[in-house]
Design a binder for this molecule. Structure first.
Ligand SMILES: [Cu+2]
Length: 149
């Protein structure tokens, strides 16, 4: 017989078979992997966000870097625009300081890998030196920051 009723019963039976075939293994495996995937993707996203902020400060146009190596500041004279943050980084194992001749800014002792930052908001010429290996007036280990308008 090829009646519509038979077709409906046959179709319903196929549907039930498909549902039961797919349904029985599904609740265990996919549910477990789904929850672990959510946890794994959520954790890195939360920790990456805060670490991105300092990286942006170092690489954007508002920052400049002076490297400390071989008992000298490089570049010895750095010209920047007003509002620029200068970061000095000690790249060697000898201790150094960044000390303004006029006392307007100054670091503590910088060990290897340490850095010191200062934002120059007023145009002018700022001479500085290392307390251990230099002195005021471009003596020994010293440098200059020129802040332009
Ligand atoms: Cu020094």
């Amino acid at each position: 017989m090829n009646s519509p009723m038979f077709k409906r019963i046959a179709f319903a039976t196929v549907l039930l078979l498909l549902l039961s075939a797919c349904g029985s293994p599904a609740p265990e495996a996919p549910a477990a992997t789904a929850t672990t995937h959510v946890e794994h993707t959520a954790a890195p996203a939360a920790t990456e966000a805060p670490t991105d902020e300092p990286a942006e400060e170092e690489t954007n146009g508002d920052g400049a870097t002076v490297a400390i190596a071989n008992f000298s500041f490089g570049p010895e004279t750095l010209t920047i625009k007003t509002g620029t943050t200068v970061t000095w980084r000690n790249n060697e194992d000898a201790p150094h300081t960044v000390t303004a001749d006029d006392g307007s800014f100054g670091s503590s002792t910088l060990g290897q890998g340490d850095s010191f930052s200062f934002t120059f908001d007023t145009p002018g010429t700022y001479d500085y030196h290392c307390q251990f290996h230099g002195g005021a007036g471009h003596s020994g280990m010293s440098g200059t920051i020129v802040v332009e308008d």
